[in-house]
Design a protein around this ligand. Structure first.
Ligand SMILES: Cc1cc2nc3c(=O)[nH]c(=O)nc-3n(C[C@H](O)[C@H](O)[C@H](O)COP(=O)(O)OP(=O)(O)OC[C@H]3O[C@@H](n4cnc5c(N)ncnc54)[C@H](O)[C@@H]3O)c2cc1C
Ligand SMILES: *[C@@H]1O[C@H](CO)[C@@H](O)[C@H](O)[C@H]1NC(C)=O
Length: 426
């Protein structure tokens, strides 16, 4: 039976940015939920993320944006510079004037801690150390599921917000597996004051030179730290191999230092003060487009990285996860005989898949820009967007990405379905 009224209680698997934000949005609409998180309460994954207006609007809507803004560094654009430190292109990440919000870079832990604090204030339960093992029954009226710690539970609706290696997805799309895309990002954090930043140089910056692209991104509210790094091709490892690499900080350090003298001085100076102990990396994985973001009963729905993987280039992974949950929460609160879950989910999925496709197109174009010169030369002519208007964004070119208000979008779909019904009746 498809749901024809808002669910009484929702189980959310995964307490990452998507799951926690969904719980808050549902709460504001009068729908209770429980978040089940595999990790322990104090787990700190480290690292920072950049958020753009489309994601920040969602955070604002659940009362979290203003609480984290002052813990973040804020910026409008990423500047691309060449080997002579000249700006060649810019990629707008936000603009208060154009899109309502500046872009921010915030430490992931800070963001998650603040989300969790708001959940606590609203008495929304999070069960830590609760790793979903499997779904024992799916539909028609409820979903029953079990955890690796032996606990079992049930809910009228279950949302899989459990990341790219989603267990929830595996229960109804067992053949879909994330695949490694052949690149890793190697990164470190250095003190900005120790880096030789040219006069008038705009940060954050992507330095394009012979070896490829090198990122220099201020973090912390005062911008005193620089997150630095570069992506490179790297042969696939198995999960044990990735863990070995994670601990082999010397190897990561050596890889980042490779061809150091081919970079302009600003990068060389950053590499000079790079320390082995702060090295990290991220192996990029992709997911094929899913045929469906929900199970056959529609009682299991995927959001965030569980539903779609977005390469890091345009910094939209978390932002798109925010969009997913904002629209879904609004829709769930509006379910009625005229707006049954089946129709609502179909509409949501179609809209979301279309957005994700556009983001992936943008990513591909940006990726080509970031290749080393030798590889860019091999691309068919016209494939690299030298057309800068694509990303400049100071004239609003990225409105399609940054402007949508997903709660409003969802309201429009509901009105559309209601209208359809009236037309059918008359
Ligand atoms: C180094 C790095 C930098 C990034 N930078 C950016 C950026 O600048 N901008 C941006 O928009 N995106 C960025 N991303 C992508 C972004 O982090 C993801 O898109 C985002 O975290 C997805 O959120 P999510 O909640 O869907 O999944 P996740 O954040 O992966 O959260 C999933 C949660 O589910 C839990 N879980 C997993 N399995 C189970 C289970 N079986 N049972 C219970 N719980 C489970 C996990 O412990 C985790 O807490 C970056 C990613 C990385 C790795
Ligand atoms: C370093 O330079 C050599 C010679 O140009 C090249 O073959 C190699 O791929 C480069 N390594 C990196 C990481 O760019």
């Amino acid at each position: 039976m498809t749901l024809t009224s808002p669910p009484t209680h929702v189980a959310i698997i995964g307490g990452g940015v998507a799951g926690l934000t969904l719980a808050l949005a549902l709460h504001d609409l009068g729908i209770s939920s429980t978040v089940y998180e595999a990790r322990s309460e104090g787990f700190d994954q480290g690292g920072g993320i950049m958020l753009s207006p489309n994601g920040l609007r969602v955070l604002d809507s659940v009362g979290v944006y203003k609480r984290v803004r002052d813990s973040a560094s804020q910026f409008d654009k990423l500047t691309y510079t060449d080997s002579l430190d000249q700006a060649t292109d810019e990629y707008y990440f936000g603009s208060e004037k154009l899109y309502g919000y500046q872009g921010i870079r915030i430490m992931r832990t800070k963001l998650l801690d603040e989300l969790k604090a708001v959940l606590r204030e609203r008495h929304i339960p999070i069960q830590y150390d609760s790793k979903l093992a499997t779904i024992t029954s799916d539909g028609p009226d409820k979903v029953e599921f079990a955890f690796t710690n032996g606990q079992v539970a049930c809910a009228s609706l279950l949302i899989g917000a459990d990341g790219i290696h989603s267990t929830v997805r595996g229960t109804f799309l067992p053949h879909v597996k994330p695949s490694y895309v052949g690149f890793i990002g190697i990164s470190c954090v250095v003190q900005r004051s120790q880096v030789r930043i040219p006069e008038g140089y705009s940060l954050p910056a992507t330095v394009m030179a012979k070896p490829g692209a090198f990122l220099l991104v201020p973090q912390q509210p005062d911008g005193s730290e620089l997150y630095i790094g570069s992506q490179r091709r790297f042969a696939e490892l198995d999960s044990a191999g990735w863990e070995v690499l994670r601990k082999d900080k010397q190897r990561l350090y050596d890889m980042l230092q490779e061809n150091k003298t081919d970079w302009p001085d600003v990068v060389q100076s950053a590499l000079e003060v790079t320390t082995v102990d702060r090295m990290g990396f991220w192996a990029f994985h992709g997911l094929p487009p899913l045929t469906s973001w929900s199970s056959e009963s529609e009682r299991i729905i995927l959001v965030g990285d569980a539903a779609h993987a977005i390469p890091p280039t345009v910094g939209q992974g978390a932002n798109q996860a925010f969009e997913d949950v904002r629209a879904l929460a609004t829709l769930l609160s509006k379910l009625s005989p005229v707006v049954p879950l089946s129709k609502a989910v179909a509409q949501w999925q179609a809209y979301r898949q279309d957005r994700i496709k556009k983001v992936l197109d943008l990513t591909r174009q940006m990726n080509e820009k970031r290749l080393p010169e030798s590889e860019r030369a091999k691309l068919p002519s016209g494939s690299t967007r030298s057309d800068q208007s694509l990303t400049r964004g100071d004239g609003g070119e990225l409105r399609w990405l940054y402007d949508p208000d997903l709660a409003q979008e969802a309201e429009k779909w509901v009105q559309g379905l209601e209208l359809e019904q009236q037309v059918d009746r008359s």
